[in-house]
Design a protein around this ligand. Sequence first.
Ligand SMILES: NC(=O)c1ccc[n+]([C@@H]2O[C@H](COP(=O)([O-])OP(=O)(O)OC[C@H]3O[C@@H](n4cnc5c(N)ncnc54)[C@H](OP(=O)(O)O)[C@@H]3O)[C@@H](O)[C@H]2O)c1
Length: 281
Amino acid sequence: MIAVIGASGNVGRVVTRRLVGLGSRPRCLTRDPARSALGPDVEVVTGDLGGPTGLDGLLTGARAVFVVTAGPDAPDHDAAVARAVARHGVRQVVKVSSVAALPPVNDPYGAAHLAAEEAYRRTGAACTFLRPAAFMTNTLQWAWSISAENTVYQAFGELRQAVVDPADVAEVAVRALTGPGHEGRTYTLTGPEALTARERARRIAGALGRPLTFVDAPPAAARRAMTEAGLPAGYVDGLLASQGDPDPARGGTPLPTVAEVTGCPPRTFDAWVAAHVRQFT
Ligand SMILES: NC(=O)c1ccc[n+]([C@@H]2O[C@H](COP(=O)([O-])OP(=O)(O)OC[C@H]3O[C@@H](n4cnc5c(N)ncnc54)[C@H](OP(=O)(O)O)[C@@H]3O)[C@@H](O)[C@H]2O)c1
């Protein structure tokens, strides 16, 4: 049995759907089964990685676990999952990490993912780490200002990122969970082209059929917006340092990894926009 942590998220929802399609019945952790709407084909375990966790219920009898942790408490959550993996003798871990974890790590966000990778390795489980570039779905953060003001506000607007569709990250995860040869591997995952945020906004404008104004927001404004939204200052600083990292090795260069692992070329940003254009109107 395969356990899934983060089953209602961008990557985990696709992983779960694909596992069900392959005939398995994954066991999925969620804080809120009603909101997560994972459907009847999965076993649902209610739990919160930040509280009395539900991890024992999730991992009892599990052969493998797919792990997404998210947000400022992710380091504690990964530590709790790693302890539970060791306790239950789970044989395989597939974790969504980040390109920011590529050594030498130079921001706290990448350091947290790298420390988590090391914690999972120490459990003795066969590990596969997926280090994606920025997700195409991050673009949905622009939906409100595009629909309300025809404007995109974004820091580091000229930095290139080979943004990746979370569905491709999920596809690689499913290969790792269900096929041989992925144990001990760390995969850096990108989309097929390196685009600046300004170029991505232009592509969305093309799909919408109307011009958009791009405002290259100062990082200080982005920092203010995120802290006003309730995120802890230290976490925001880590995220911004990661987003502003100019090293092309950290997601700035398209790589063949998705195609090599899945046999299919990675999905394009244009295809993603076409599938999501209504969310910008
Ligand atoms: N966004 C990017 O550009 C990017 C790039 C590279 C790597 N990453 C990494 O990708 C991961 C995020 O993946 P994603 O976008 O698929 O996630 P997501 O859509 O943000 O979903 C987060 C998932 O985590 C679960 N979750 C959150 N807090 C939880 C808690 N306290 N207890 C139990 N479950 C909890 C949520 O489940 P419920 O709400 O159902 O409980 C949800 O399924 C992060 O580790 C991030 O660092 C992201």
